[in-house]
Write a protein that binds this ligand. Structure first.
Ligand code: ZN
Length: 56
């Protein structure tokens, strides 16, 4: 089981901050997600999931 690697997530459509996702393999094609940074909730698609870099 892999212990390292990029964290997957999406980028908030409002504040552009990265939102980490823990179980990307279990997500539906489209899912609702609330941003922990600005609180904005909207829908994202699985195609929008990408590796989040650890550096800015
Ligand atoms: Zn946000």
């Amino acid at each position: 089981m892999p212990m390292s690697g990029p964290t997957n997530g999406v980028v908030c459509k409002r504040c552009k901050q990265p939102i980490k996702l823990d179980h990307t393999d279990r997500l539906a094609e489209e899912f609702s997600l609330a941003c922990p940074h600005c609180g904005h909730r909207t829908f994202y698609r699985d195609k929008e999931i990408k590796p989040l870099g650890g550096e800015k």
